[in-house]
Structures are given as structure tokens and as C-alpha cells.
Design a protein around this ligand. Structure first.
Ligand SMILES: [Zn+2]
Length: 348
């Protein structure tokens, strides 16, 4: 869906021109922006995780531009309060999933310059290293360039990783296997088997890319940062039994409270797309006691979201398309319609 939105953003820019996008089209009151990594150290262009990284310079330019457009940057607490208010003004909330270290070292200085708050969603399993950052590990595995022998539902396969095309295809096939064919609880052991096969350290990405608890404590003490919960194990909650999905939610909250001394009230669903969060999960997030929960569905905020605080859509700030024109098109609400078959109110 995000791809659809991005393509439409380009089309609109080409055909309508930017002036047509200046006014919100769908009664938007604001937007929640989704980030992952913010770093000047650019990933290789061929990285399948390239979309997850933006530069601090782009973040700076984006916040500056949105302020000129009249957006007030607010915390998730304030975003919820404004949704509940009739006339809250146009606002934007920044969010970052997974608690990458560069949120502290490279994003926070930019946010300080603009006094822009951010919610960082922490999955204690990732932070503590009990869960692998599998999309990063998988990229390391295919980047080793060695053939990978795997057993798939359709039989044994040998994936050639000696060429860029081979590596891209192997990454796609293996990530589909991890995210769609293996049970969530099996993923780590299988991933580690592949890593061992090609001599890759599967725990390296957690260590090098993610914050540890001390760093998260530093963030939590910062007046601009809200720490939210992101489940314990970063499992696709829709693929779990109901009781397990609920436990993932409240245990992540309790583990974060034990580390930080403060209980998070905002939640982000792991993955957040339609195959990972539906009505059952939004009910569970409410039952678990969270005040809000964000998805990765593509959409701007409307006043009606006050009644769907556990199914809030976001706009992804995509590392492959760090252009203000793309973001302006998304903020106009036009891509919300296109990515959701004409729906103005995006929930789940
Ligand atoms: Zn995540």
C-alpha cells in the first residue's frame, strides 16, 4: 500500500502541480509520521532495508517545511488530546519504531533544534537481544555472497547469492519464508541456521544498530521523547493465538515499566500492515489498556479517529524517496484516498 501511495504521489506532482496539493483534500487534521532509522551513514542503494533510513538533513528539512505549512509538532499524548478536541489545529506527531540507536545520536539533535517531540516504540525482546533484527540479519546473510541451502514448503532450494539479482531474489524468498511460512516462534532458529551456514553473526545488528536499555533510559529522560511499547518479541500479532497476542502487548508494557520506572501508554503494532493487525488486535490493544495504537496503514488523520485511537494510520517517511514534494502530496490526503480505494477514514 505504501508503494501505491508513493507512486500516486509522483503522479500527482507530475500532473496536478504542487499548488493543487496545498490544501488538505480529505478533511485531514494532521498526520503521524513513521520513521525507523535517521542516519547520515547511507545504506547501500541495493539494500532491501534502504526504505527504513532517512538522513538527519531530510528530517530537518521536512520538519521545517511542515512548520511553514502550519503544522504544530506534538507528542502522542497531545495528538490524542487534539483528536478528541473539536478544533485542535493542524498537527503532526513523529514516531520511530524499534528504537534504533541513531534515534538518540542523530535524530534527537534535529528534534531539539525544532522542539519537535517523538514517540519511540520499544520491543524489549529486540532491545535485550532475545529477538533478532531479522531483516538486517537476512541482508547480512545474502550479502555474504555464498550459496544458501534451504528447505521450503515446496522442497529443497539452493539460493545463489553471487550476483546482485541473486541476492535480491534470495532476500525476497527468505523474507517471505520468515514472515509468511514459518511460525513466529520458529523464525529465530531458522534464521540463525542460515547465518551459521554462511558465517554471519546474527546478533551483530542488534548490538550495533539498536539502543540498549541505558540509551533508552537517556531517551526516556529527555523532555521531547515518549517511550511507547512495540510488543515483546516483534511477532506478527495476527499470526498468534489471541491470548498470546494480548500477552505480547501487556508484557511489553510491564517490561518497559520495570526498566524505565514508567508505564508506556502508547503502542505500535509490529509490522502494522493488514496481514499483521486487524480488528481483533485493535480490540486487544484497548483491552491491554493502551491509550493509542498506531499501524503502518497509509493515511492522514481525521477528526473521526478520536473514535479509533487503536487503529491510527501513519505516513511513512521513506528512505528511498526523501523528497519534500512526495511528503507534501501525502500530507494533502490525496495518497490516502488512492492507497485505500477511495476511503477517507483509514483504520484497519
Ligand atoms: Zn517494528
Amino acid at each position: 500500500m505504501i508503494d501505491v501511495a508513493r507512486k500516486l504521489a509522483f503522479l500527482l506532482i507530475g500532473h496536478a502541480g504542487l499548488s493543487a496539493l496545498a490544501k488538505p483534500l480529505v478533511g485531514s487534521v494532521g498526520a503521524i509520521l513513521m520513521l525507523h532509522r535517521v542516519t547520515a551513514l547511507l545504506e547501500r542503494p541495493e539494500s532491501p532495508n534502504r526504505h527504513l533510513s532517512i538522513t538527519p538533513q531530510f528530517l530537518d528539512a521536512l520538519i521545517g517545511e511542515m512548520k511553514r505549512m502550519g503544522y504544530a509538532f506534538v507528542s502522542m499524548d497531545e495528538a490524542v488530546a487534539r483528536l478528541r478536541m473539536a478544533n485542535g489545529g493542524r498537527f503532526a506527531a513523529l514516531t520511530a519504531d524499534d528504537a534504533y540507536r541513531d534515534n538518540l545520536t542523530e535524530a534527537l539533535p534535529v528534534l531539539e533544534k525544532h522542539a519537535a517531540p517523538i514517540a519511540i516504540y520499544v520491543a524489549p525482546g529486540l532491545t535485550g537481544g532475545e529477538v533478532d533484527l531479522w531483516w538486517e540479519v537476512l541482508y547480512d546473510i545474502v550479502s555474504a555472497g555464498k550459496p544458501i541451502a534451504v528447505t521450503m514448503p515446496d522442497g529443497k532450494l539452493k539460493l545463489d547469492c553471487s550476483t546482485p539479482e541473486g541476492r535480491a531474489a534470495a532476500f525476497r524468498r527468505l523474507s517471505d519464508h520468515i514472515a509468511g511460512e514459518l511460525r513466529e516462534e520458529e523464525q529465530r532458529a531458522v534464521l540463525r541456521g542460515w547465518a551459521d551456514m554462511v558465517g554471519v553473526d546474527a546478533s551483530a545488528p542488534n548490538r550495533t544498530l539498536l539502543m540498549n536499555w541505558n540509551e533508552i533510559r537517556r531517551c526516556a529522560a529527555h523532555p521531547l521523547v515518549t517511550i511507547g511499547a512495540h510488543s515483546v518479541h516483534h511477532y506478527n500479532l495476527k499470526r498468534l493465538r489471541k491470548e498470546s497476542a494480548l500477552r505480547e502487548m501487556y508484557r511489553s508494557r510491564d517490561m518497559i515499566e520495570a526498566e524505565l520506572g514508567r508505564s508506556p501508554v502508547h503502542f505500535a503494532y509490529p509490522y502494522g500492515y493488514a496481514a499483521a493487525v486487524g480488528l481483533r488486535e485493535t480490540d486487544l490493544a484497548r483491552e491491554a489498556g493502551f491509550v493509542s495504537a498506531v499501524t503502518t496503514r497509509h493515511g492522514v488523520l481525521r477528526p473521526e479517529h478520536a473514535d479509533s485511537l487503536h487503529a491510527l494510520p501513519r505516513l511513512s517517511v521513506n528512505g528511498r524517496h526523501q523528497e519534500l514534494a512526495v511528503m507534501r502530496a501525502m500530507l494533502s490526503g490525496a495518497t490516502t484516498l488512492a492507497a485505500n480505494r477511495g476511503r477517507r477514514l483509514v483504520t484497519v
